[in-house]
Design a protein. Structure first.
Length: 675
């Protein structure tokens, strides 16, 4: 008891000397405080002399020493191999990102060959849903298998999907190929970040993570341009086929460049220890002896949350399919069932859950994630439909249609960089800037909804105004993402989420990843309905059918209006809904028919952007609910002191010879959390 009281006193003194956050405090603060992390720094806790530092050196003045000790990369590669890795990963990431935006340009040609005009939105949705689902699984598999093997397998999946898409003779085969490509693409993005954590020093990680994000942004921006330029030269089938050898060559190059690199959980692999359990579970330390027993590859594979990944993917697919035109109740009910199973699995059954549902019990975290989902879903309506506007309303060729994404992604990059450089330079609340950035995002969408820049317009200011709105949308998005992340970290720091920063940021990224499929699918449903109704009303007026109203739509009921349209008109409407390229294609439409098509597309785009504005206003309300009320600091310090007492008492029971092994596990744990 005397020893316990002395330890408690020491913990209390350490807690009272803890420095308060200042403007120079790092945004993520300290590393996650778990039992394993405290064990790895046992000497620091007991005597303040860990890693050979002087006993009188406190935590604040020893930060620089920690950085120096941990600045070296986990693994060293030669300059030649590093260049090969960067170029090969860059090629893979560029193709992965280009497949997101490039599909907008070529979907009309694909829909025409496969007779899938009404289901064209699934060309992109299938890719994005599987990509978002595969990303977290890839991170877990990278702790079991070597990174070289993982990158090669991802490249092979991407290549197989590209080949299957290029040879597809039906809608189902093409969507299957897109899903396979998405699985490879999702793995590529995650593995690129893991490679950065393994090969870059701490001082250079930010630089290389920025380069990874830059390649992705360039891929999204230039993908539509490249697809539009190569489409008339190669055709859409060869455009997919040519990606297969490029992916294989890049994958093989990475494989031989990092063939000697162990899995990202090297300590687990070398020491045979169990992968860390979820920080949200209340695991006891009674099984420490079992934790150190060697595990086979099969045992490690069993810890992956396959059921969670499959049930979440099934939920999203069924939900989006049920909301597609027409709305189908059976898939929606099935989506509810699979979603309930997903919650049960994540909360009760999964050993290492795909999504830490328990963390979502925090109001701030839940609202932040939902706001991120809505914000990025609205953002994807711009990324997907801005080229459609240029194709079907402005009348520019596919080669130039994709160029409209360049200013919006340039704004995205500038918004994130400038906000991070000039404003987010401290740890603290960014509540008001979050709301202002989201409001600016909504204003840019409102500007796009009111744009009326058709091929008949000759005023340069009208087109320039549209470009300004697109740029502003990207700038507001980049700023909002940085501000919302900083606000989430503030919410965690001032609540009871201390030590869960890395998990929460990963959860935020997961919601952001699934936002693309929601934005393109739900936006596609709204757009498709509005476009079809506008075309039906326009062609009814053109054919002189009685009862057709003005630009707002028909006054006659839609079933009666369909009876008055000829079969030829119905087929033309179906083709126009799935292929914006047909509006200005030579020899397809007369001048009068083209005017109807342009008006229909203009009205549908206005509708989908107005819907995005409504979603953004809901996002604004959700983000407003993330206001953090500071907890009682005395209570928080008392809880921290009690935790330190328990941790130190447990640590005294460990053997001193295990210090080095624990430190290795800490470094790998940090790398996994950052990934």
């Amino acid at each position: 008891m005397g020893k316990r009281h002395r330890i408690a006193k020491a913990g209390s003194e350490a807690a009272t000397t803890r420095a308060a956050p200042s403007e120079t405090s790092p945004l993520l603060g300290a590393r996650p405080a778990s039992a394993s992390l405290h064990r790895g720094n046992r000497r620091d806790v007991e005597a303040g002399s860990g890693n050979g530092r002087d006993d009188n050196t406190n935590n604040n003045t020893s930060d620089d020493d920690d950085v120096d000790d941990n600045d070296k990369a986990h693994h060293h590669v030669t300059t030649t191999r590093a260049v090969c890795i960067c170029l090969s990963i860059g090629v893979l990431m560029f193709m992965q990102a280009a497949n997101l935006s490039g599909m907008t340009i070529i979907q009309g040609h694909v829909a025409a060959d496969l007779d899938a005009y009404e289901r064209a939105m699934w060309f992109t949705s299938a890719y994005m849903i599987v990509m978002a689902s595969a990303s977290p699984l890839a991170g877990r598999l990278a702790t079991i298998f070597s990174l070289a093997t993982m990158v090669l397998c991802a490249a092979v999946l991407f290549a197989l999907g590209a080949v299957l898409s290029s040879r597809a003779a039906s809608f189902a085969a093409f969507v299957a190929g897109r899903a396979l490509t998405g699985a490879g693409g999702g793995c590529i993005m995650t593995l690129a970040l893991v490679l950065v954590l393994q090969l870059a020093s701490r001082k250079r990680r930010g630089l290389f993570v920025g380069m990874v994000n830059a390649v992705f942004t360039v891929g999204v921006s230039a993908g539509a341009v490249v697809f539009g330029a190569l489409l008339p030269v190669l055709g859409w089938r060869e455009l997919f086929l040519v990606q297969a050898p490029l992916a294989l060559v890049a994958g093989v190059a990475v494989y031989f460049s990092i063939a000697d690199l162990p899995p990202s959980s090297s300590s687990s692999s070398s020491h045979g220890s169990k992968p860390p359990s979820s920080p949200l579970t209340d695991d006891d330390d009674d099984d420490d002896d079992d934790d150190n027993r060697p595990q086979t590859t099969f045992q490690k594979l069993k810890t992956i949350d396959y059921a969670g990944a499959l049930s979440l993917t099934a939920t999203i697919v069924l939900f989006l399919y049920g909301l597609a035109a027409p709305v189908q109740p059976v898939p929606l009910l099935a989506a509810l069932v699979t979603f309930l199973f997903f919650l049960l699995n994540e909360y009760r059954l999964a050993r290492d859950p795909l999504i830490p549902v328990a963390l979502l019990q925090s109001r701030g975290v839940l609202l932040s994630c939902l706001a991120q989902l809505g914000l990025m879903a609205a953002r994807w309506t711009v990324l997907f439909y801005a080229p459609v506007f240029v194709l079907a309303v402005r009348g520019l060729p596919p080669t130039l249609a994709g160029a409209v994404l360049v200013p919006t992604n340039l704004g995205f990059a500038l918004g994130g960089v400038l906000v991070g450089w000039l404003h987010i330079r401290r740890a603290g609340s960014f509540y008001l800037p979050c709301l202002l950035a989201i409001a600016a995002f909504a204003a840019s969408l409102a500007g796009l909804a009111s744009a009326r820049v058709t091929a008949r317009d000759t005023a340069a200011w009208g087109w320039a105004g549209y470009i300004v709105c697109v740029f502003a949308n990207g700038f507001a998005t980049g700023a909002a993402l940085n501000y919302t992340l900083a606000q989430l970290l503030h919410v965690l720091a001032h609540g009871h989420g201390h030590g869960k920063e890395y998990i929460a940021t990963g959860l935020l990224a997961t919601f952001r990843g699934f936002a693309g499929s929601f934005g393109t699918s739900l936006g596609g449903s709204v757009f498709g309905r509005a476009l079809r109704r506008g075309l039906e009303a326009g062609f009814a007026r053109l054919d002189g059918v009685g009862g057709a109203g003005g630009a707002g739509g028909p006054t006659t009921s839609r079933p009666l209006l369909l009876l008055t349209l000829s079969e030829e008109r119905k087929r033309l409407i179906t083709r126009l809904v799935g292929s914006p390229n047909l509006v200005f294609a030579p020899g397809v439409l007369s001048e009068a028919e083209r005017a109807v098509a342009v008006s229909g597309y203009e009205g549908a785009l206005r509708t989908v952007y107005r819907a995005a504005v409504a979603v953004t206003l809901l996002v604004l309300v959700l983000q407003a609910g993330t206001f953090a009320r500071p907890v009682d600091r005395d209570t928080e310090e008392q809880e921290e002191e009690e935790e330190e007492v328990v941790v130190v008492v447990e640590e005294e029971e460990q053997d001193e010879d295990e210090d080095e092994e624990f430190r290795e596990e800490i470094a790998e744990h940090d790398a996994r959390m950052e990934a």
